[in-house]
Structure formats: structure tokens, C-alpha cells
Design a protein around this ligand. Structure first.
Ligand SMILES: [Zn+2]
Length: 113
């Protein structure tokens, strides 16, 4: 998204100022920002829960948990049910999938393959 040389010196200064201004905010203490981000995730990625693969997601789940350095950005947020999101907690996706295998339709084994 960001090409090398894209930022002019003025843009760099403006960006640094923005980063200082937002350095103190936290996701947990910014309910409106959080709600806007959740709405964006649901709009861009749909409402299919990435944890159980069923429709009706209403929250955004961090793919890489916050506790492991995951960011609040579109790349790290996926739609999830509140219940699935809470159930997953701080587990990694791999841990979640091991505990909750997703049953995808499978073809019977064939001797002809
Ligand atoms: Zn779900």
C-alpha cells in the first residue's frame, strides 16, 4: 500500500504528529473507534464467523491475539460471533482450530486416486 518514497517530508511530519496524538489511546478505552473498526470489518469481510464458519458475526476477532502483539487493523481482524470470540480468548488460531475442528465436507477415500 505504501510505495517507497511516497511520503513527502511534510506528510512524514504530519504522520509523526498523528502518531504522537494517538500514542495514548487504547482499543479498550476507545469504544467509538472500536465500534467503527468492527463495523468496517463486518462491511469489508462480511458476517461469516471465521471461527465457526457460520453467518451472523457481530464482533471483530484478532487473528493474532492482542497479547501476542496483534494489531487493530483490517489485516488482523476477522468477523466473529461474540460467543466464539469470547470462547477463543487469547488462544492462537492454531490452538482454537485444534480444539474446535471445522468439519468441512470431505470426499470418501478412493482406491482409484
Ligand atoms: Zn462463530
Amino acid at each position: 500500500m505504501t510505495a517507497p518514497g511516497y511520503y513527502t517530508p511534510a506528510a512524514r511530519l504530519a504522520r509523526a504528529a498523528r502518531e504522537r496524538a494517538t500514542a495514548g489511546w487504547s482499543w479498550e478505552n476507545a469504544p467509538r473507534r472500536r465500534a467503527a473498526m468492527v463495523a468496517l470489518v463486518l462491511r469489508v469481510k462480511g458476517r461469516t464467523c471465521h471461527l465457526c464458519r457460520r453467518p451472523g458475526a457481530t464482533t471483530a476477532d484478532h487473528v493474532v491475539p492482542r497479547s501476542q502483539g496483534g494489531g487493530h487493523d483490517l489485516a488482523n481482524l476477522e468477523p466473529a460471533h461474540k460467543s466464539c470470540n469470547l470462547a477463543r480468548g487469547d488462544r492462537t488460531l492454531a490452538e482454537w482450530e485444534a480444539a474446535h475442528p471445522i468439519h468441512l465436507p470431505t470426499l470418501p477415500p478412493s482406491r482409484e486416486w
